[in-house]
Design a protein around this ligand. Structure first.
Ligand code: CP3
Length: 347
């Protein structure tokens, strides 16, 4: 088989489109950053949010895992709160904590602060992706954004939250205000994804990381309309749309129905069972437990085999972890995993 010449012909995009592939493509959520020594060196003394606004630095960090691990796709280095910062929300990313919002969103008066995102608000994204597509060649770039529910959780709680109690209080107690909040976030997210696609991203992933906190009925009532609005708004570009959340075993079908082409699965549901839940017509992405990478080589190999075996009959499988790379993961283990999946999935 001749080497691919454009991202469109890449093994990753073929798998997203459920076309035959010579081997299973691999990338890792949170593959940029984390424990990579070259990342820590590049970021030295530069706060996280500032680093996201420097095109050369973003391009360099995005490229690092591609060079090192030979993954089949790059994922744009940014954060889900970057578009919120870009429209003027006062927030910061605190080391060891995560996003912290100065004035949380709690009432109707706060909605006005969530204005639509204009491409000029994130001109550094367009610039960084221009640099990246030139350097990536045939390797696809995945753009991403936070889904309305997960963004709302940070905005309403004011930071990371275990139980999402204030978010749920708003959702159940003031459903009309909640719907307006999620609708505004859908527009911001859509704007951020469009900028990335128009600049050259070959696929997009919508991270609804914390939506597993909801029951299926509540997901459909309170969240799915806003996520579906995002997916519908970018459908016309024809780039694969990936949808991911953690602890979403009971929501897998609904996550697909929101309008995804590829459903991301965490490690709690085997991929053959996930395929039954999602239903036909969608590719799956996942789902090795990121904590497995701390076990010895034989154990990692065994758990990888379980994932590949469960994915054997899928039409369209992208190998990934069931959630992001954990910060203290040995980078060498990731490099070996990419090679192992490529080799053992070859057909
Ligand atoms: O992990 C996920 O569920 C993915 C979705 C998500 C991202 N950021 C995407 C991201 C979520 C939920 C966040 C919020 C966030 N931002 C957290 C989690 C806090 C919590 O609630 O538990 C944290 C710690 C941040 C701050 C942050 N984001 C840092 C310090 C970095 C750089 C280095 C690192 O540690 O990863 C990021 C980058 C980031 N956030 C990427 C993505 C997809 C980088 C691109 C990549 O490598 O995939």
């Amino acid at each position: 088989m001749p080497p691919p010449v454009t991202p469109r012909d890449s093994v990753f995009l073929k798998a997203c489109r459920r076309e035959p592939v010579p081997y299973t493509p691999v990338w890792f959520m949170r593959q940029a950053g984390r424990s990579l020594p070259e990342y820590l060196k590049a970021r030295e003394g530069i706060p996280m949010l500032e680093s996201c606004t420097r095109p050369e630095l973003v391009a360099e960090i995005t490229m690092q895992p591609v060079r090192r691990h030979k993954v089949d796709a790059a994922v744009y280095f940014s954060d889900i709160v970057v578009p919120l910062k870009a429209i003027g929300i006062d927030l910061d990313i605190k080391p060891g904590i995560g996003p912290v919002v100065a004035d949380p969103v709690r009432g109707a008066a706060d909605l006005a602060r969530l204005r639509p995102l204009q491409p000029e608000d994130v001109s550094y994204v367009t610039e960084a992706i221009g640099l990246l597509t030139a350097e990536l060649g045939a390797t696809p770039l995945i753009g991403f954004a936070g889904a309305p529910f997960t963004l709302a959780s940070y905005l309403v709680e004011g930071g990371p939250s275990r139980n999402h109690e204030r978010t749920k209080a708003l959702m159940y107690g003031q459903p009309e205000l909640w719907a307006q909040l999620l609708d505004r976030l859908a527009d911001i997210t859509t704007g951020f994804l469009k900028v990335q696609i128009e600049a050259g991203a070959s696929a997009v992933q919508l991270f609804d990381s914390w939506v597993g906190a909801l029951s299926p009925a509540d997901y459909r009532r309170y969240v799915r309309p806003a996520s579906a609005k995002v997916f519908a708004a970018v459908a016309g570009y024809g780039v694969p749309r990936i949808h991911f959340g953690v602890g979403t075993g009971e929501l897998l079908h609904d996550l697909g129905e929101a309008g995804a082409d590829v459903v991301g699965v965490d490690w709690r549901v085997p991929l053959d069972e996930a395929a039954r839940r999602v239903g036909p017509g969608k590719a799956l992405q996942g789902n090795l437990d990121p904590a497995v990478l701390f076990a010895d080589e034989a154990a990692i190999r065994e758990k990888t085999t379980e994932v590949l075996d469960a994915a054997r009959d899928l039409e369209g499988h992208i190998f990934n972890l069931g959630h992001g790379v954990l910060p203290t993961t040995d980078p060498g283990v990731l490099t070996d995993l990419v090679a192992d999946v490529h080799e053992r999935s070859r057909r």
